[in-house]
Design a binder for this molecule. Structure first.
Ligand SMILES: *Cc1c(COP(=O)(O)O)cnc(C)c1O
Length: 402
């Protein structure tokens, strides 16, 4: 990554997010080529980073979209992703979202419960359309990741067990308004071990074979997302082995593989850049206070997530400190007990691996405007989202003051 953070800070102020679009291209191409032995669709998980320019960039490479709200579906359509490459997932879809998804004619709805299938059937009947259905199977496999981002165990709220799934496919087959189209699993995020994926895919592939035996033939095998990235010193799953493992389990089946990567495509493209306001010592403890905060980047507070941090100065003196923001919460930190150089007012601090689940989780807490987002591509930078102003923040309240 060859980005001049200081120049961008002068041009766009701080804090900001910057994304290296060339990195996104490389990640996409690597995964796509790992699946080249078979027809595949990489449906980008929009929730990881839903900036329109990011989605558009992936669309231009050929990506589809995995969406978890109708808003995300509309973002994908807005930048030109074809309906037949869009999937709608999520454990709690609202009636109006199901209706709109059916009217838009997207590829399939990933259904996560009996009750939801009934709702979809009812709404499809009202609209007099046929809903293409994929059922999310919960294979009850421990993905060995952080409990907040683990989704493939029965104790998690996601998907249905094998027997329920089978029953639901039979319901689809017998319905005039449902068409069994795909099968879906997604066991967790930031996965770094292949074994749980292998076991889960096997369980679901066996179900596909069982269904074929009763004349329910599915067109799409959706393995979900979850491929991990390097934040620290993680050893990653090799993408070629990942694809091979999936393709091996599908041997003999005429089915298109769908993969829904989010973090893998965008996570390491992004850097959050913030500047030092002050240093202070409370008793024995050194704090470095920056202008960015938990409302801009919540992963350390929410998951205790590690992000590599670099102070952009040449100071040789360094010591242990907490790197914190201005928000009125003790949970407002980027790192605790981290060794950083002594800083001066206005020194820049880069927080790496900030392309996924960072900006999309940002809020206006403490009436802080969400920060600017910048893209860098072919050595050129451009603004892809303006910094929010005070007027932006109050826009939906102002007219109601009595
Ligand atoms: C969040 C999510 C993804 C993407 O997960 P990553 O870990 O970012 O790859 C894919 N599919 C579904 C259904 C999801 O909920």
């Amino acid at each position: 990554m060859n980005i001049n953070f200081k120049e961008l800070a002068q041009k766009y102020q701080t804090p900001y997010y910057v994304y290296d679009f060339d990195h996104i291209t490389n990640q996409y191409e690597e995964l796509k080529s790992a699946f080249r032995a078979r027809k595949s669709l990489l449906a980008y998980a929009v929730k990881a980073n839903s900036n329109l320019s990011v989605i558009k960039h992936l669309a231009s490479l050929g990506a589809g979209a995995d969406c978890v709200s109708i808003g995300e579906v509309k973002r994908a359509l807005k930048v030109g992703i074809a309906p037949y490459k869009i999937i709608f997932s999520g454990v709690g879809k609202i009636d109006s979202e199901i209706k709109e998804a059916l009217e838009l004619g997207i590829l399939m709805i990933n259904v996560e419960s009996d009750a939801e299938l009934n709702r979809v059937e009812m709404i499809a009947k009202e609209l007099d359309v046929v809903a293409r259905i994929s059922i999310r199977v919960n294979p009850n496999i421990d993905p060995k990741t952080h409990p907040y981002i683990s989704t493939g165990l029965h104790e998690n709220k996601f998907g249905v067990d094998i027997d329920t799934a089978k029953r639901m496919y039979i319901q689809c087959k017998n319905s005039d308004n449902l068409e069994p189209t795909g099968i879906h699993l997604h066991i967790g995020s930031q996965l770094t071990e292949l074994q749980p994926i292998k076991e889960s895919v096997k369980i679901v592939a066996d179900l596909v074979k069982n269904l074929a035996a009763i004349k329910i033939e599915l067109s799409f095998f959706d393995v979900g997302g979850g491929l991990g990235i390097v934040y620290d010193d993680e050893k990653l799953i090799d993408t070629y082995e990942y694809a091979q493992t999936i393709l091996d389990s599908l041997f003999g089946l005429d089915i298109t593989v769908v993969c829904e990567p989010g973090r893998f495509l965008v996570g390491n493209s992004g850097v959050f850049v913030t500047k030092v306001l002050y240093e202070k010592i409370n008793g024995e403890k050194r704090f470095v206070i920056v202008d960015g905060a938990m409302n801009d980047l919540i992963r350390p507070s929410l998951y205790n997530a590690y992000h590599k941090i670099e102070v952009l100065n040449n100071n040789e003196e360094h010591s242990d400190c907490n790197l914190v923001g201005p928000v009125c919460e003790s949970g407002d930190f980027f790192a605790k007990n981290v060794d950083l150089p002594k800083t001066e007012h206005n020194d820049l601090v880069a927080i790496y691996s900030a392309g996924a689940y960072c900006y999309t989780m940002a809020s206006n807490y403490n009436t802080r405007g969400r920060v600017a987002e910048i893209a860098v591509e072919d050595g050129e930078d451009r603004l892809i989202r303006k910094r929010e102003t005070f007027e932006d923040i109050i826009a939906l309240e102002e007219e109601f003051i009595k």
